[in-house]
Design a protein around this ligand. Structure first.
Ligand code: ARG
Length: 474
């Protein structure tokens, strides 16, 4: 995770009582329990650097439209830069009394530069501030995750390249169906990840809009320049309605839906790795550095990494439902409910990002037992469809060909042999159309090579799919 989107994790102190900036209209301080209950600084401090970026852009705009002086702007920039250094150095003193990341930074700014710091919040509310911070944060996370997906796709292409003619059984219903190459199988995941990447790119467009200027909910009476702020923060534009800008979190929900799909794809892949590593399959081994042992059974080597990724998919799916539920009953505009958007969102980002990182590292650690894969493909009559297709080419209608091959399979089951092991005479009992050119259709490699159309498993076709994918990734 890049430094900017990582949590500093510093605990918030509740020592020196600091008046909340909004305490003026209250007759008594907030109770300790409520203070702890309503504070978000424990988890929203990870927005700090984006909060500072947003404040700098806001202050420069306030200067440009002559709401604050040049001197005030200089003080604000100097103070915020110092605060940034303190946060990076881990010396910033987070206070629970100051509720959230925004009030903590603002108070420190005022401590550092005096009145100029108090002017920063002109024409702004925490409502549009927090919405801006989350969007900036999420945009950085999306860019990071998109790079991670590309890295995983590259790792898959490298492995697929080595296995375009490695035959394995393709399954439907987890029963042997037809032979495919291991490379072709890997490329299926490449495709899923390509769709994931395009979903994040699409989601990013809706994330990348500026809420600032909406203020609390209705906009502001100051002559602000929202386009200037949008440009400075590299947003594609502004949120067009102030109520919507501060209240909706659909962009975060959408991101969580993208993440749930990424995790679902990784989880399916993990499930397969786990099955394939079982001695019942024995198709692959995963390098020791990605496995763990058992404290009681000395022989065990468990694919824990794959199992954990599969397991973590549950919490990411859960976060999606949490955010949907968070939103569904809220009247316009901002409600404190929205503070609850952060932990699910942050955990989703952390989980998908860590899972992608560890999965990508694991891919080169997958070693393939080609013989075991081939032997398994030879066992379940994987070329039965090819025999039926052969009979169709000889003029038999497909349904009759299907029936003839089904009889041949039953015969083989009794004899405990494969179709390719029957001699010509034996095969001809099922159809007189069969001649000795049939054997080309019955071999695993023949079946593979025959599927040479776009999207097929023929080695040459998979090679060109890989080449096309490499170009697309550039
Ligand atoms: N900590 C708050 C949040 O995460 C910031 C916005 C608070 N606004 C307010 N009016 N209380 O949503």
């Amino acid at each position: 995770m890049s430094a900017q989107i990582k949590s500093s994790g510093a605990p918030a102190q509740s020592s020196a009582p600091a008046n909340k900036p909004w305490s003026g209209r209250f007759n008594e301080p907030v109770s300790d329990l409520v203070k702890r209950f309503t504070a978000s600084v424990g988890f929203d401090q990870r927005l700090a650097e984006f909060d500072i970026d947003g404040s700098i852009a806001h202050a420069r705009m306030l200067r440009a439209v002559e709401i604050i002086s040049t001197e005030d702007l200089a003080s604000i920039e100097r103070g915020l830069s110092e605060i940034r250094s303190e946060i990076r150095a881990g010396t910033f003193n987070w206070s629970l009394d100051l509720e959230d990341v925004h009030l903590n930074i603002e108070r420190r700014l005022t401590d550092l530069v005096g009145d100029a710091g108090k002017r920063l919040h002109t024409a702004r509310s925490r409502n549009d501030q927090v919405a801006t911070d989350i969007r900036l944060y999420l945009r950085a996370a999306i860019d990071y995750i998109s790079d991670q997906i590309r890295a995983l796709q590259t790792a898959l292409l490298d492995l697929a390249d080595k296995h375009t003619d490695t035959v394995m059984p393709g399954f439907t219903h987890l029963q042997v169906a037809q032979p495919v190459s291991f490379g072709h199988h890997l490329m299926a995941y490449y495709e899923m990840l390509a769709r994931d990447a395009s979903r994040y790119a699409d989601c990013r467009k809706r994330v990348n809009r500026l809420p600032l200027g909406a203020a609390a909910l209705a906009g502001t009476s100051y002559p602000i320049d929202r386009q200037m702020v949008a440009k400075a923060l590299e947003f594609d534009g502004v949120c067009e309605n102030s109520l919507d800008a501060v209240s909706d979190r659909d962009f975060a929900i959408e991101f969580c839906a993208c993440a749930a799909l990424t995790m679902t794809h990784l989880s399916r892949f993990c499930e397969e790795l786990i099955l394939w590593m079982s001695p019942r399959f024995a198709f692959i081994d995963i390098a020791d550095r990605f496995c763990t042992g058992s404290s009681i059974m000395p022989q065990k080597k468990n694919p824990d990494v794959a199992e954990l990724i599969r397991g973590k998919t549950g919490r990411v799916n859960g976060h999606l439902v949490a955010l949907l539920t968070l939103m569904k009953g809220q009247p316009l505009a901002y409600n404190k409910d929205n503070q609850e958007d952060k932990e699910p969102l942050f955990d989703t980002i952390d989980t998908v990002s860590t899972s992608l990182a560890v999965f990508t590292e694991m891919v080169p650690g997958i070693s393939v037992d080609k013989d075991a894969m081939r032997a398994a493909a030879a066992q379940g009559f994987a070329t039965a469809t090819d025999l039926a297709d052969y009979l169709v080419r000889k003029g038999l209608p497909f349904r009759e060909a299907h029936e003839a091959v089904a009889q041949a399979v039953r015969f083989c089951e009794v004899r405990k042999c494969d179709l390719a092991e029957l001699n010509l005479q034996e095969l001809q009992q099922f159809s007189p159309l069969i001649s000795d050119d049939v054997y080309a259709s019955l071999t695993l490699d023949g079946a593979l090579t025959a599927r040479s159309h776009i999207g097929g498993t023929a080695p040459a076709r998979v090679k060109s799919a890989i080449a096309k994918a490499r170009k697309a990734l550039k």
